[in-house]
Design a binder for this molecule. Structure first.
Ligand code: C2E
Ligand code: MG
Ligand code: MG
Length: 693
């Protein structure tokens, strides 16, 4: 028997090639698993080629490592056949592990096929020696080598299948698995080599014509390394590209999500906005149509939010709105929708078991808002007016429902705020009436339906008239005399207040000029300015023009602005007020005590007069708090060097009290109602005659 020997260097190299081929195979299965379309086939074919060459070259280098005391060579055709067998069985293995699932029977079958393939490659490769006489194989060892081939293939397939997805540390796992798989392949090879016995006198039939000679091992090794490296490099680069594409796709998805969030939510509170709300209402409506039941739409509007916003600034206002949103959510279930659809307007959509449940929920929401809010060290008190529309019943479309809930909310506001109202059909006609009113208001100026009434102001100490406040009246063609409270709001909202206010200013100055000529040169005519007029750029100019047109000294005119207006945009107000004051116009802070004033600011304000709000005067006799407030306002005004006027004086007791406190002038029904100019003068003349008599 010929005794064979091994070159240890080539054995080690064959082991390294086996490990590298295994690693390449594992990496490629990962590629195939994530590839799409026809790239799957490309990767499988390329992978089969690279891996087949790897496995085969391990085997071939292992053969080259084997030495016999005779010359050896390898038949080219049979060798190529063994290479083809390796490539085919590797292709099969790659295809198998790239399937979505790998049940046990499939794994077992795959292991058999692949084991058989590798064994076939090996024994075909051995046959390429073309030994004469034939190689004598030890059946036990051959059996063992077959078992090892099938077992190693099974393990390799299973590992490749498990490690094909990208996961943390996958490279590390693949390295470990490649080492194990490499050892198994090498083990199979050398076991089957051990099974081969070469009888004495054997000679190698391929020694002369076949592949042989020095350098063959290097050639095979270098070619294999090149193929494996190219396959690995391509795979790694492609994986990078894929990862980057995945990252890109992820950030796109994220950006999309953010955009949707922005488009459908209110950025301040994070609540759904009007668009999303409309969609939810539609959904709720179809649900009710399919499954029955009912839902309520509640329009929640905050009372007293604007003064807070004006007095403390927008940041504080925003903070308050956020707190309101949190509080309104407190009581809700996750299937309810709370949306913010405007400045201080929220809408709540709730599914109800019974329509009556809306009542208790609305009451709870009103109660939640009525509790004071602590925002940036301030305790703020606001309330909410809630209008409720029910579905089915109060509207056919989402828009109808919203409009009706809105109308009901206005009703709640009209009936004293801090409460709720259910919608009923009469409210809708109210809304229609408002619209009609707006149209009428547009024509009122042209058709000369406005007039001014004058209410006298008297010196508190000597009872002498000191001037009058001009109060706007609208003689409506069908509704009769309308008071400002019924139309100033609409005029403000639509901007009509600007031309109307200009008319008032002009008319009041014209009237004052008449009185001035009649000798009442020390009187002042007071004109009310609304917030919008006050912010309007042309105000100072209009005032100057009215004064010059009617040849009036500037201090014959008092401009009344409410405390809230004066405090709203403190810096801007200050500029306008300073310009007016520089002109010599007298300035009065109306309805004082109803807003939030900053003392610091009040001190710097170039005002001449404070008008105590008639609300305090009304309750003076019964409410000791109000009495305390009035005396505090008087003291404050005196300290700041301002004239104090009390409005709404209706009783002698109020008159005495206010006079004793130190008010400078008084105004109210007790002393004179607002009247048209002629009747106003009749009263004045009558009083003058009484004084003379
Ligand atoms: P205001 O400036 O506080 O005017 C005083 C209001 O109190 C007037 O109501 C007057 O009729 C009423 N009043 C006077 N004495 C008494 C009294 O003893 N008891 C009671 N309960 N009320 C009294 P009016 O004329 O309805 O005006 C309401 C508000 O409309 C005014 O409040 C003012 O803010 C606004 N306004 C009136 N005319 C104009 C105007 O020409 N332009 C602007 N922008 N607003 C105006
Ligand atoms: Mg006034
Ligand atoms: Mg007032």
């Amino acid at each position: 028997m010929l005794i064979g020997s091994y070159s240890p260097t080539l054995v080690i190299i064959s082991l390294c090639v086996a490990i590298l081929a295994s690693y390449t195979a594992l990496d490629l299965t990962g590629r195939i698993a994530t590839a799409k379309g026809c790239t799957v086939h490309l990767w499988t074919a390329g992978g089969a080629f690279a891996m087949g060459i790897g496995v085969w070259s391990m085997h071939f280098i292992g053969m080259l490592a084997f030495k016999l005391p005779i010359d050896l060579g390898y038949d080219l055709t049979i060798t190529l056949l063994s290479l083809l067998t390796a490539i085919l069985s590797c292709g099969f293995a790659l295809w198998l592990v790239s399937q979505p699932r790998l049940p046990a029977w499939q794994l077992a079958f795959g292991a058999l096929v692949m084991g058989a393939g590798i064994s076939a490659m090996h024994y075909t490769g051995m046959a390429a020696l073309r030994m004469q006489p034939g190689i004598d194989y030890d059946p036990t060892l051959v059996g063992t080598s077959l078992l090892i081939a099938v077992g190693a293939s099974g393990a390799a397939l299973w590992i490749a299948f498990r490690l094909r997805q990208r996961s943390p540390h996958v490279t590390l796992f693949r390295c470990g698995a490649a080492v194990i798989m490499g050892i198994a392949i090498v083990g199979m090879h050398y076991t089957s080599m051990a099974a081969a016995r070469f009888p004495d006198g054997s000679f190698c039939g391929a020694a002369v014509s076949g592949l042989s000679g020095k350098g063959l091992d290097n050639l095979v090794l270098i070619t294999t390394l090149a193929v494996l490296s190219i396959a690995l490099l391509t795979s790694v680069l492609d994986a990078r590209l894929e990862a980057r594409t995945a990252d890109l796709a992820r950030s796109l998805t994220e950006a999309n999500r953010e955009l949707t969030q922005l488009a459908l939510h209110d950025p301040l509170t994070g609540l759904p906005n009007r668009v999303l709300l409309a969609d939810r209402i539609e959904q709720a409506m179809s649900k009710v149509q399919e499954q029955g039941g009912c839902f309520a739409l509640m329009f929640i509007d905050l009372d007293g939010f604007k003064p807070v916003n004006d007095a403390f600034g927008h940041q504080m206002g925003d903070q308050l709105l956020r707190e309101v949103a949190v509080r309104l959510r407190e009581d809700l279930r996750c299937q309810d929708t709370l949306a913010r659809i405007g400045g201080d307007e929220f809408v709540l959509l709730v599914r109800l078991a019974e329509p009556d449940d809306a009542l208790s929920l609305a009451a709870r929401q009103v109660g939640l808002i009525a509790r004071s809010f602590r925002v940036a060290e301030h305790d703020l008190q606001i309330s909410a007016s809630v209008g409720i529309a029910l579905y089915p019943g109060n509207g056919q479309t989402a828009q109808d429902l919203l409009m009706n809930a809105d109308a009901a909310m206005y009703h709640a506001k009209g009936s004293g705020k801090n409460g709720y109202s259910f919608f009923d059909a009469s409210m809708n006609s109210n809304a229609r009436k408002q619209l009609q009113l707006l149209q009428d208001l547009r024509n009122a100026l042209d058709q000369e339906q406005f007039s001014l009434y004058y209410q006298p102001k008297f010196d508190a100490n000597n009872g002498q008239p000191v001037g009058a406040e001009a109060l706007l009246r609208w003689e409506h063609p069908t509704r009769g005399m309308m008071l400002p409270d019924t139309f100033i709001d609409i005029a403000e909202k639509t901007g009509l207040i600007i031309p109307i206010g200009e008319w008032v200013l002009n008319e009041a100055c014209r009237q004052m000029r008449e009185w001035y000529v009649q000798g009442y040169t020390d009187w002042r005519i007071a004109v009310n300015l609304s917030a919008l007029q006050f912010c309007h750029a042309g105000l100072v100019q209009s005032v100057a023009k009215a004064l010059s047109t009617h040849r009036l000294p500037a201090n014959s005119l008092t401009l009344e602005i409410t405390e809230t207006t004066a405090m709203s945009d403190a810096d801007a107000s200050m500029t306008v007020l300073q310009e007016l004051s520089a002109m010599g116009v007298d300035l009065s802070i109306d309805d004082f005590g109803t807003g939030y004033s900053s003392l610091m600011y009040l001190k710097r304000l170039p005002a001449n007069e404070l008008k105590i709000d008639r609300g305090f005067v009304r309750d003076l006799e019964h409410d000791s708090d109000d009495a305390a407030i009035v005396s505090a306002i008087v003291a404050l005004g005196q300290a700041l060097g301002l004239r104090i006027v009390a409005e709404g004086v209706e009783t002698g007791v109020q008159q005495d009290f206010l006079t004793k406190l130190g008010c400078d002038s008084l105004q109210g029904y007790l002393l004179g109602h607002p009247l048209p100019a002629e009747r106003f003068m009749l009263d004045i003349h009558r009083a003058e005659q009484l004084a003379i008599a």
